[in-house]
Ligand binder design. Structure first.
Ligand code: FAD
Length: 302
């Protein structure tokens, strides 16, 4: 119930204005977001790399409704790749991209063009790109754009959400040789007609997804902080070479576990940065009510 309210608030302009206008919010946001600008993000990437962690960097932003803004987002990614190269951090790095930030809802062809430019620039410096998955209404379009991108850039990956009823079918189509697929539980409020609702059903669907991924010929990316899902993934991966899959977690969540897993496995941290942190932050609050308590306490204790 609380998480549904928070996810609805994540899409409300009025709540956005309220939450982002309070300076104190920043302290809590900083736990999940690497900073407002690329310099701050590069500093975080450097630290994570020092600790043996890989990264996927996300320039925050979503639901772009103006063509000019979509071009600004594309340019932010081009700057990101230049910075990766300048600081010697490009090797093994990945960029996470939300197609809605590139104008997907405005014009699918525009989002595809921008995504192509991003992939071409990433490829030149040896960085891979992974498409985030957003709410269920965008899945067909995202998979279609993925297919087009993979013709020229076969290393482009995608996230799929276990909570969606369609995902097992999507996964079967996606696990061919060379594919890179990140399995996550799903962070959006979705109706029961398209998505499993309770944690138990979502977890079961996640395990089904893991089985399909691990039996497939692609490169599984296990995006979860859930110790049970991680143990099951490890059990399913016993026959696989450690270099043939990786774990992924979000910046600021179970950081000690990230480092522990990195000792024996490939571990990648999803690092978001940028001023447009509102939607991302609200989804993190929705995932764990304790985060909301922490957030509210920072107001009471001021
Ligand atoms: P849960 O059952 O939610 O959590 C398991 C445990 O992890 C919790 O008990 C808690 O200890 C810890 N935990 C989880 N979330 C939090 C939190 N916010 N704060 C503190 N502790 C927490 N979703 C999408 O819809 N599309 C995407 O493209 C996408 N990309 C992602 C990329 C990565 C690398 C990761 C790790 C997640 C991504 N997600 C994405 C979010 C995902 O869908 C889940 O909402 C999120 O990962 C929480 O699910 P969980 O598997 O960690 O399990």
């Amino acid at each position: 119930m609380l998480s549904t309210l928070l996810l609805a608030a994540a899409r409300s302009r009025r709540t956005r204005d309220l939450v982002t206008s309070v300076p104190l919010t920043r302290g809590v946001v900083d736990r999940f977001v690497a900073g407002d600008d690329l310099d701050a993000a590069i500093e975080v990437v450097r630290e994570l790399r020092r600790d043996g962690l890989k990264v996927t960097l996300d320039h925050l932003g979503e639901d772009t409704v103006e063509r000019e803004q979509a071009a600004v987002v594309r340019d932010a990614y081009l700057d990101m790749f230049a910075a990766f190269e300048e600081h010697g951090l490009a090797r093994g790095a990945d960029a996470s991209v939300k197609l809605s930030a590139l104008g997907q809802a405005l014009d699918g062809a525009l989002a595809l063009d921008h995504a192509r430019e991003i992939c071409a620039a990433a490829g030149r410096v040896g960085v891979t790109v992974t498409l985030d998955m957003e709410d269920h209404t965008t899945v067909d379009s995202t998979l279609e754009i993925l297919g087009k991108l993979r013709v020229d850039f076969p290393w482009v990956g995608v996230a799929v959400q276990a909570m969606l009823r369609r995902t097992a079918g999507d996964l079967r189509d996606l696990v061919g040789e060379g594919s890179r697929v990140r399995l996550v539980k799903g962070a959006y409020a979705e109706p029961a007609s398209v998505a499993f609702q309770g944690k138990r059903d979502v977890d079961r669907a996640y395990v089904r997804g893991l089985r399909i991924l691990m039996r497939g010929d692609g490169y599984p990316m296990i995006g979860s902080h859930d110790p049970r899902m991680i143990d099951i993934a490890l059990a399913l991966a016993v026959e696989r070479a450690p270099s043939s899959y990786e774990f992924q977690m979000l910046y600021g969540i179970r950081s000690d576990e990230q480092r522990r897993l990195a000792e024996a496995h490939q571990m990648r941290v999803y690092v978001p940065y940028g001023a447009d942190w509102y939607g991302y932050f609200m989804r993190r609050l929705a995932e764990r009510p304790a985060n909301l308590v922490f957030f509210l306490r920072s107001f009471v204790n001021r």
